[in-house]
Write a protein of this length. Structure first.
Length: 202
């Protein structure tokens, strides 16, 4: 019986993640709660169908998203691996937190925007790997502690090999208590407004 219930829950949640307007979100979540007393994180005010509540669905929605779409979190997410952004996307953290139990949270290979939330990683929260345009808007990046296996913390890392990366930081905070808030390896245009950088140096 438990296997059947679990299979149904998986099928219903996957329909929410992939079917968009076809899925009646209120019905699905009410059904699961009433029949099995199981609550799945759900915000009915989110109209964006690309919504992610955990690492699996964050990976799935990013992989399945089209260029220029918005991915919206509906709960805190814990990562055990780095997520690669390889198409133009906006990640709306929606007031939630991504915690990466890995060296990096996000590697960025295409233009990307992160908004409204917190990203914490063991060494690098956001690491650009190409000449991209990156925007951080109302975001907190945290990589505070030195871990010998990963080296000095550097929550915002502008890396790769190509010059020309453009970074815009708005109303954001970047914290590297035992490291560098921002470290740059290529020629970069950085614009920061009403933001705070904490660390040894920038």
């Amino acid at each position: 019986m438990k296997k059947i219930i679990c299979a149904l829950i998986v099928a219903l949640v996957e329909s929410v993640a992939h079917c968009g307007p076809i899925a009646n979100l209120d019905y699905i979540h009410t059904l699961i709660a009433d029949r099995w007393n199981i609550t799945i994180p759900f915000n009915r005010n989110i109209t964006n169908i690309n919504a992610a509540a955990n690492m699996k669905y964050l990976l799935t929605t990013i992989d399945g998203a089209n260029e220029n779409e918005v991915i919206t979190l509906i709960d805190d997410v814990t990562l055990s691996e780095t997520i690669k952004i390889e198409k133009v996307l906006t990640i709306d953290l929606n007031g939630f937190k991504v915690t990466a139990n890995a060296k990096k949270a996000f590697e960025v290979y295409a233009d990307a925007t992160f908004t409204n939330g917190t990203i914490e990683a063991l060494n690098r929260c956001v690491d650009t790997r190409e000449a991209v345009e990156l925007t951080l808007d109302t975001v907190t990046l945290i990589a505070d502690s030195y871990i010998s296996a990963y080296g000095t913390p550097q929550p915002l890392t502008i890396g790769g090999y190509d010059n020309g990366t453009k970074v815009t930081v708005i109303d954001s905070n970047i914290s590297a208590r035992d490291g560098y808030a921002i470290i740059v390896f290529v020629q970069t245009e950085l614009t920061a407004t009403n933001s705070t950088f904490n660390g040894y140096n920038v």
